[in-house]
Every structure is written in structure tokens, then in C-alpha cells.
Design a protein around this ligand. Sequence first.
Ligand SMILES: Nc1ncnc2c1ncn2[C@@H]1O[C@H](COP(=O)(O)OP(=O)(O)OP(=O)(O)O)[C@@H](O)[C@H]1O
Ligand SMILES: [Mg+2]
Length: 423
Amino acid sequence: MATTAYLAFEPDDAEAARSVAAELESHGWAVIRSGPEHRVQDKLGSLVQAVGGAAIVVVLASTAAQESAWIRREVAAALNNGRSIIVVRTADLPADSWINQTLDAASFIDLRRGARSEVLAQIVDRARTAAGRGRVIAMLNIKGGVGKTVLAANLFAAAHLADKRAISFIDLDPQHNLTQYFLSPGERNRIRDRNHTLYGILNARGDHALASNDFGAIAVPLNRARRGKGPNFELVAGDERLFEFTLDTRADRDKAEAFTRFRALVSALRARSDAVIIDSNPCATFLTRLAITTSDHIVAPVRPEKYSLTGLNMLEHVVREVRGRPLRPEEFSVLLNGVNDRTRSGETGDADTLTRAEINNAPFFGAALLPDEVPYSAVLRSTPTDRFAANPINVTAMMRVGGRPAKEALARAAAAILRRAAP
Ligand SMILES: Nc1ncnc2c1ncn2[C@@H]1O[C@H](COP(=O)(O)OP(=O)(O)OP(=O)(O)O)[C@@H](O)[C@H]1O
Ligand SMILES: [Mg+2]
């Protein structure tokens, strides 16, 4: 199946659009061109659907584009749906242009001197890189304590160890449990003091801002047995100061800059990893929005218990609201976590069966429920101790003695998630 590119342009740029579309099509892309059939005032939903469903969005930037409400909508839809945006400049833009301010002006492709073949080749190259990169997977559930963190660490350690997948984690939770899971207190303090955490990335100004163009450089390696060889397994740490972004105290400008910087981090990580795993806080805040807008796929762990479906329904609602379009079950994986829990008294088996049946019969989530489940397991319950910190990956179930059923289940579930998350 051809990969789809959405080409956003104004009638003034029709000629440049023709050249760009022809070049992409000759390299096997399916191109959706913005035009009257997509730009219908009372059908904004289908426009968002077309933009959000494309692998990449190419924007032709000119004075006409700068003034177009449709281009603004198309760019917003691309941003809210985590699409990679390639900006091709066909004319000079004013310095205070919203296009320059919203998108990364340094990476604009210059078509101001006409559709020359080397520039067109550059567009195709960029499109190929953008579409072929690693998947971004967010661990999300509005309900807390369902296993987002412990499964993020253990599922993707399984993918790394069993299937040699390169994995980058981002700890987006102010409670930063994932960071605590892998790193010792001493190491966490060192990283925090240098602002080498997500907090330094989200702050664009002030004492705590990380001044770098290569945000990916602050990722901490978590598999130290490899000595720099083989696929990476790394973490961009979180710290408690992230809570500032969950309140309404931050100005809109701060949030807009945080969003742009977060996108830059995600791009840097996905360029070098098979999967970027975002661990999120259990509610809907600005931080949740960052996770939703940048992810290709959402993994929602659920526990076999009452009200599991309520958390999932809330989640679907929040994601739909943020992305501005109906969602497809293939964009989600629901993972039943903690089955066969013998430490519970009485009706454990029933709780598993009831929850499974309830989700299976639910309209949207029935199709998202994974056949693979994670059993209740002592290695997943216990918190790591500092003696493991010499090589952080050793804290995961895959490296610790015992827990074979958990290991096998984790490797299978991780493979199933990565298959579902593939483009
Ligand atoms: N399959 C399992 N078997 C045993 N214990 C588990 C399992 N999954 C999770 N736990 C335990 O349940 C607790 C909650 O898990 P975790 O912190 O990963 O949830 P969370 O969804 O990230 O929570 P929060 O919403 O607070 O971020 C932890 O103590 C964890 O060790
Ligand atoms: Mg957590």
C-alpha cells in the first residue's frame, strides 16, 4: 500500500504543488491535495480525518498560505495528530509569521527559486525519513495504578532483549516513577541538578531551560552491559517539577514553547529508535496532551476490576477531543494486566473473566483488546532496590530470576503492540 502524504497549499501555489505532488507520486507516494473537496466549512471533521490519517503533511508556505485560515486548520490538525510536517517555502515570509513561529523554521525546505530537481529530491528524502521512523507509543489511562509504568519498563525491555528493538523512554509523569524504577537516587539528583530531564526541555527560558538543539543527547543509557554497541535502550528522565505543567499557572506562551520543544525531542528519539515510549500521568492535563498529540499508538493497561471500562471510555473521549476526530480501534491496544492474581481472596478468576467480557463487548474497545495478557507476578509487583542500579535494565522482569510466565507474556504482548503500532 502506498504511503499517504497530505499536501496543504493555496491556489497561488498550485504550480509548485503540481511539481511536489508529481515528484512524491513518482516515488510511490499517494498524495492527497488540499482543495475544495476537503476544505468544506461544515465538514471540518473530514478534513481533520484526511490530515490525521496521512503519514506526513507537506505545507507550501507563501504569503497566501500565511493568510489562509485553511492552512492554519490543516497545520493544527497535523500538530494535534502528531503528523510530521514538512514545510516547503515558495516565497519570503514576514519574520513574525505564525508559520515561522509555530513550525521549526530552521528545517524549512527552500523552493523560492523554483521547483528544481535537487530541491524536489530533498522533499522526497525528508518524507521518506519522516514516514519510516520509529513509532511513538503512549502508555495512557485516566485511571491510576493500572500498570502503565511497570509495563512500560517491562514490556519494552522484553522487546529490546528478546527482539533487539531500540527503545527510548520519556518520563512525562511528575511522579516520575519510571525514572525512579530505573535510576538510583544519586543518579536522579545528578541529572536533575543539570536540568537534564524533561523539565529542562519543556522550559524554553529561565534558569532551568536546557540550552541545546539536540535534546536527544540527554537520554540516559539503561543497558550498560552493551558498552555502546547494538540497539539502544534509554530514558529521558522526569522530575517532580513537571507538576508545574499540570496546573493552569503556566502562560499559554510557555505551553506553546513546551509543545514545540517536546516535538523536537520526540523527533530526535524516533529517528534513532524503533519505538519511543511515553509514560504518562493518570489524568488529563497539558502533559497528557503532549503524549496524545505526539503518539502514533496508545497502550491502555487495565486491571481486572470494576470500573475499568469507565477509565477507558474517559480516555477515548479525551483523545478524541484533543485530536479533533473520531478514532479507530487500531490506534489503541488495551492490555489486561494482573490476571490470575492468587493473592486476591475469593473470586479472582471471575474478576478476570468479567473484565475481559465487559471490554470485549464494549463498542470501541472490544476491537482494541489484545489477546495477550500479563499475569499477576511478584517480579512486577516489587520495587527495584539500589543494588540493581549498576545496570538499570537488570531491574526488569526479563533480567531477574524467576517469573518465567511473566517474561513470556511480556515478550508476546510487546511484539503484539509493536505489530499494531506499525504504520
Ligand atoms: N502484573 C502485575 N503483577 C503484580 N504487580 C503489578 C502488576 N502490574 C502492576 N503492578 C504493581 O501495581 C502498582 C501500580 O503499577 P504502576 O505504578 O505501574 O501503575 P501506573 O498506572 O503507572 O500508576 P500511576 O497511575 O500512579 O502512574 C505497582 O506497585 C506495580 O508494581
Ligand atoms: Mg505510573
